[in-house]
Design a protein around this ligand. Structure first.
Ligand code: AMP
Ligand code: MG
Length: 426
């Protein structure tokens, strides 16, 4: 054996394998709560919603116009007397044969009427008797919205495991539901690690000590967690010391479902997160073959009280772009599964679009790379010039990521896989 040659390093786990592994370790939280429908956006439904009624409840007009019996209008130009007026929210009476009813959008159809003629296709007849010329021969069912055409009675309108959207809240409300059963919010403890970190507002820029930087990760991580429906305990900055790290992890594990940290999870002596998690629980996943984002870690921290399962732990890299990208690609689906989301599509990377690269990547990287890019007016993608994992400007300038496979160069015009931040933040 050649002693001077360093030992061959095992290849890093692929992102796809890491995602499968990570999602295999998380189950939906049991707790369910009832929230006002108004407050349920992005929450995950805990039970199927079965409709107790049909929507709409009656046949009604989809136009402002005149409700008629088709049999009374056999040719264009028929004149019908207007025998009643029905506005939305009011029930009419059965339609007298040979007459029509003035009707407005959303008003229930009177019994006997089987079509609506829109007012643009009529001419009012002057004189004492209120009557209209019907200019076009209507078809049966024309401009009529059928009872139950949106929702039938007994239908599962929204299934458990669905993440509620503004439209689904409206649909739930159309069934008369003012409250909805949803999964509890994940309780997440957030820590930033690093002795160099200073909170904005605490020290003005001109008074920053050499080597100090402002804590930026804390701001986007807290916001991302909140957007994902988490109840966040932001526990501030943990100094780069073993005892402090152990104490922070131990106490956070008691009352949270997930501990999320940034920084301190690399291989340096000041990186205390990994050995601390190993000491307090287990470290099950560490380092992924992706760029940025290699120093990603997953593990669990035991609860001293012994209550319930161990607390999930995710350690994100300290570099801001690495932290941001690994949150979007890994933590987001993890949190969705923790909240009981069932759609497989949401538990994977959003679908990519193939778009032409208006840039080049001359040197292939060993890792699968996520480049910060922006769509341009020509339908192509521009690359942010500095792809360093410390340059957060790239994530603000960019509107998405190019998912570039390991070992792949990109020539100008090559089709590349683009994933928008909008999809990753949805
Ligand atoms: P680490 O993973 O702790 O070695 O950190 C990697 C790099 O990210 C270092 O340059 C840190 O200063 C920086 N970093 C770590 N945490 C943060 C944070 N919360 N905000 C901004 N930069 C950070
Ligand atoms: Mg650090």
């Amino acid at each position: 054996m050649n002693a001077s040659r360093p030992p061959a390093r095992a290849p890093l786990m692929s992102l796809a394998d890491a995602m499968t592994d990570l999602l295999g370790r998380v189950e939906a939280l049991d707790a369910i709560e009832t929230v006002a429908t108004f407050d349920a956006d992005r929450r995950v439904l805990a039970q199927d919603l079965v409709s107790a009624l049909q929507v709409p409840p009656n046949d009604n007009s989809s136009m402002d116009g005149y409700a008629v019996r088709v049999a009374d209008v056999t040719e264009p130009g028929k004149v019908l007397r207007v025998s009643q007026r029905i506005a939305a929210g009011h029930a009419g009476s059965p339609l007298e044969p040979g007459t029509c009813a003035r009707i407005f959008t959303g008003a229930p159809m009177p019994a006997g009427a089987d079509a609506v003629v829109m007012q643009e296709d009529t001419i009012e007849v002057g004189g004492d008797i209120h009557a209209v010329h019907i200019q076009a021969v209507p078809e049966a069912g024309q401009w009529v919205r059928r009872a139950g055409e949106d929702v039938t009675r007994g239908a599962v309108v929204l299934a458990q495991g669905e993440r509620l959207s503004p439209a689904s809240l409206g649909l739930a409300a159309s069934l008369g539901l003012a409250h909805l059963p949803v999964r509890a919010r994940p309780r997440v403890a957030l820590f930033s690690t690093g002795d160099e970190l200073v909170m904005p507002g605490e020290v003005p820029p001109e008074a920053m000590k050499p080597g100090a930087i402002y804590n930026s990760n804390r701001f986007f991580l807290r916001t991302l967690l909140q957007r994902m429906g988490c109840e966040v305990s932001d526990l501030g900055i943990v100094p780069d010391r073993r005892e402090a790290t152990l104490a922070a992890l131990k106490s956070a594990a008691e009352h949270h479902d997930l501990i999320l940290t940034s920084g301190g999870v690399s291989v340096g002596e000041e990186d205390h997160i990994k050995p601390s998690v190993q000491q307090l629980g287990s470290l099950d996943l560490w380092q992924i073959g992706m760029k940025p984002g290699k120093p990603f870690a997953y593990g669990t921290v035991r609860r001293e009280s012994g209550k319930g399962a161990a607390c999930h732990f995710i350690g994100l890299p300290g570099n801001p772009v690495s932290s941001f990208v690994t949150f979007l690609l890994l933590v987001r689906p993890f949190l969705l599964k923790l909240q009981g989301v069932s759609a497989a599509g949401l538990l994977a990377l959003p679908p990519a679009t193939l778009l032409p690269a208006h840039f080049t990547v001359a040197r292939a990287d060993k890792r699968r790379e996520f480049l910060r890019v922006r769509r341009n007016a020509m339908g192509g993608l521009d690359l942010f010039p500095n792809q360093s994992s410390g340059v957060l400007t790239s994530a603000v300038w960019g509107d998405g990521l190019v998912d570039n496979p390991a070992g792949t160069t990109i020539a100008h015009g090559d089709p590349v896989s683009y994933i928008s931040f909008a999809d990753l933040l949805a």
